[in-house]
Design a binder for this molecule. Structure first.
Ligand SMILES: Nc1ncnc2c1ncn2[C@@H]1O[C@H](COP(=O)(O)OP(=O)(O)OP(=O)(O)O)[C@@H](O)[C@H]1O
Ligand SMILES: [Mg+2]
Length: 393
């Protein structure tokens, strides 16, 4: 008997440990527990309500019987009594249904919040972990890259080895791009450390285009920049220059990667309204299918791994980082795509140099995150679709 107790105690302790350390088990147990509490509460409400209904109907019946038969007052015919009982029943059932619906909504919200919180915390620690790892990897990676580049300067090296070293530098550049993207995770968890200032988005676009032009030239892709300035300068935004550079870089790189030879890319900045600037990166590329458009903002999501590699894409982090950075700026990102025709990424940001614009991080209470899909386009292969994500301006 003692053996059974011991095993039972071990099972309980094991479960308690798992509950403490496994956020998903915690979420599951919390859901089951809260659902049970909810079911008991509903049963109590239904029980009390039906007891009350039963009492009211019985009392009304007794009163009518007394009036009609015992006291002989002739208070009404059975039809009228039945009608009165019916209205009591309807009134009570309406109240019961209303309370159940109300309780379901409130409990649904509470259950959602409580049970999702372990998963939310786990996601946060995951981001922190990724950020820390990226930070640790950055230094050795840059040392290896510098050493390789210095070795390449030596003209006495065998051309075959030189070729290998050159391709190593290319791969190291790709790795450091991924590391930079991963490092952004830190800014999502510590947004208070990100400095905001007036930034000339036009200048950032120019510098990114300058960096990526060789890549576009290799595929004969034309890049057209347009800066609308109806009344004064409309490309100054309120944000963090590094983050904005990363947003533009990732979007433009995607457009170059996923646009076939001889295509074109248009980058535009223009006023959206008095307080916001609209950045648009539009390409004539392969586009994104509807089923994938839902998921492109997920970290590590690539439409097709082989397609991604073949087009020069990487880890599937680019758009996840872009959407997080847009959120950090309390902006909004919309992706529109027509498979076979092209993709248009639109980012709305707070304009700079406007006294009315405060630090966007203080606007937390006003904004809300939105992820939605626009199904307004007609059916057919050439349909336009869009996914919206970010804080509504
Ligand atoms: N302009 C675009 N045209 C067509 N497909 C796109 C475009 N932008 C993104 N995609 C698709 O969305 C997926 C996710 O894009 P994302 O930038 O997050 O990852 P990636 O480009 O594969 O890798 P990374 O950006 O980390 O190097 C890509 O794999 C690609 O298939
Ligand atoms: Mg990308």
């Amino acid at each position: 008997m003692r053996g059974y107790w011991k095993r039972f105690a071990e099972l309980v302790i094991g479960f308690a440990d798992k509950y403490r350390f496994d956020p998903f088990l915690r979420a599951q147990v919390n859901t089951i527990g809260l659902q049970a509490v909810f079911a008991v509460l509903i049963l109590v409400v239904v029980g009390i309500s039906f007891t009350y209904l039963y009492k009211e109907i019985t009392l009304t019946l007794i009163q009518k019987i007394r009036e009609n038969i015992l006291l002989g007052t002739g208070a009404g015919d059975p039809e009228i009594i039945l009608h009165e009982l019916e209205s009591i029943k309807t009134k009570n059932l309406t109240v019961i249904t209303g309370s159940i619906v109300f309780m379901t909504v409130i409990f649904g919200y509470i259950i959602g919040r409580i049970t999702l919180s372990p998963a939310r915390n786990a996601l946060k620690s995951q981001k922190q972990f990724i950020g820390n790892i990226a930070h640790e990897l950055r230094t050795p990676l840059s040392i290896v890259k510098t050493n390789t580049e210095v070795t390449l300067l030596d003209d006495t090296i065998d051309p075959k080895i030189k070729h290998v070293l050159k391709s190593n530098v290319e791969e190291l550049n790709r790795a450091s791009e991924i590391i930079n993207n991963l490092l952004s995770f830190n800014s999502f968890i510590r947004p208070e450390q990100v400095k905001f200032e007036n930034v000339d988005l036009g200048k950032i676009i120019e510098s990114v285009v300058h960096d990526l032009l060789p890549l576009a030239d290799r595929k004969h892709i034309e890049i057209v920049m347009r800066r609308a300035s109806r009344r004064g300068d409309y490309s100054t935004v309120w944000g963090n220059p590094t983050a904005l550079d990363q947003i533009v870089r990732n979007l433009l790189k995607n457009s170059i990667n996923y646009t076939p030879h001889d295509g074109s890319i248009h980058i535009t900045t223009e006023p959206y309204d008095n307080l916001h600037v609209r950045l648009s990166v539009e390409d004539t590329g392969i586009g994104i299918a509807r089923k994938d458009l839902f998921r492109i903002f997920e970290p590590f999501y690539r439409v097709d791994r082989s397609r991604s590699r073949e087009h020069g894409g990487g880890s599937g982090l680019g758009l996840a980082i872009v959407s997080e950075l847009v959120k950090l700026h309390h902006g909004k990102i919309v992706m529109r795509s027509t498979p076979g025709r092209g993709t248009n990424a639109i980012v709305l940001l707070h304009a700079g140099e406007h006294p009315a614009v405060e630090d966007p991080r203080r606007k937390d209470d006003l904004g809300f995150n939105e992820v939605s899909v626009d199904f307004s386009a007609r059916k057919g292969a050439q349909k336009n679709m869009s996914v919206v994500q970010g804080n509504l301006l």
